[in-house]
Design a protein. Structure first.
Length: 349
């Protein structure tokens, strides 16, 4: 009987350990904590000197009027709404000129820019170069003082390695660094108002943080559809940059991905497997997809499409799916900050 109890205990330990590793494997690349639970500001934090930037370049678009952007860039290839009070004008899809320009709905001026293409003028931060060329020392605490509000953005080790925040003379730059290669992949320029709304890092503050805009369910649906397209576009540019064939959009895989994101949100769980709708194979076959290879990435609570895609790039397992040569098609599903990528290589006749 004693031997039997020891065997049962040993099996229980194995089961618990296995469940632990499975749950860890399914975690997103980064879950951003809620910064609003902290209201104290560390004293004596000095700001690093602002980075000097050239008189011309992408960063100079901040503050420009929507009319001047259309005159310079032409009609956007797509216009995507966001939950932060601006809309993205998307240019250069499927090329190294890819850029998203955020136009404020009230200001009708550029409030943020996401530059991904290598052919864009992003100096002094040059896309494709080792980040060490232009990062002397990253600041773990970045202060922002504006109109009676004192904020310390607190960057952890992952933030410093993958997405440091740089203070400019006018505004801010957030750098997307590929941790596997150490090279810059994209640059996000933004003004203080957008940074305070997005709050992409843990923070402490004194004063009153601006309230995030409340959006209707109809607008949220439009935001989700736009983010799905952006994730698809950014994924393909990163694949091409890493010498992989680009993927084609699979509407059936996208529907499976959307249903999974929606279910995770509404049923409050986070996993590749569902006790309601099954595993990836079951969910794809329900959409009529017969495949040779299939893979899935999931994530939650990222700022937007660019942030979640870069998070996947910097997570080895997620990166493996994104850059795998085995896949030929991709479907993306978003539902209120829950994200799913379903990669497929269809069964050959």
């Amino acid at each position: 009987m004693q031997r039997f109890n020891r065997i049962v205990f040993f099996l229980a330990v194995l089961v618990f350990t296995g469940m632990f590793f499975i749950s860890e494997m399914n975690l997103p690349a980064r879950m951003v904590p809620n910064p609003d639970s902290v209201k104290s500001v560390s004293a004596g934090v000095s700001a690093a000197p602002p980075v000097k930037i050239p008189k011309t370049g992408i960063q100079k678009l901040i503050g420009k009027s929507e009319e001047s952007i259309v005159r310079s860039f032409g009609k956007p290839e797509r216009t995507d709404p966001t939950e932060f009070g601006y809309q993205w004008l998307v240019y250069g899809r499927n090329t190294e000129n890819y850029i998203q320009i955020g136009i404020g709905q009230q200001s009708h001026r550029v409030e943020t820019v996401y530059a991904l293409g290598r052919k864009l003028d992003t100096a002094p931060f040059l896309i494709g170069q080792p980040a060490a060329h232009f990062l002397k020392k990253e600041a773990a605490t970045v202060p922002l003082n504006e109109k009676g509000l004192m904020v310390n953005f607190e960057l952890n080790a992952d933030d410093l390695a993958a997405r440091p925040l740089i203070r400019l003379k006018s505004g801010w730059a957030q750098l997307d660094i590929d941790r596997m290669t150490g090279r810059l992949q994209g640059v996000r320029y933004l003004n203080s108002a957008v940074l305070l709304l997005q709050r992409p890092y843990s923070l402490s503050y004194a004063g009153h943080l601006p309230s995030r805009p409340q959006i209707s369910s109809k607008r949220q649906t439009a935001v989700d559809r736009g983010e799905e397209k952006e994730i698809f576009d950014i994924t393909n540019i990163l694949r091409a940059r890493n010498h992989r064939e680009t993927l084609t959009w699979d509407s059936r895989a996208a529907h499976a991905a959307y249903l999974h994101s929606r279910e995770m949100k509404l049923r409050n769980y986070f996993s590749h497997d569902s006790k309601w709708s099954g595993d990836l194979k079951t969910r794809l076959e329900r959409e009529g997809i017969l495949f040779q290879y299939a893979g899935e990435n999931i994530a939650a609570r990222y700022t937007d499409a660019a942030a979640v895609t870069m998070g996947w790039l910097n997570s080895p397992d997620h990166r493996s799916n994104m850059l795998s040569p085995d896949f030929t098609q991709l479907g993306v599903g978003a539902f209120t900050n829950e994200y799913t990528q379903d990669f497929v290589s269809p069964m050959r006749p």
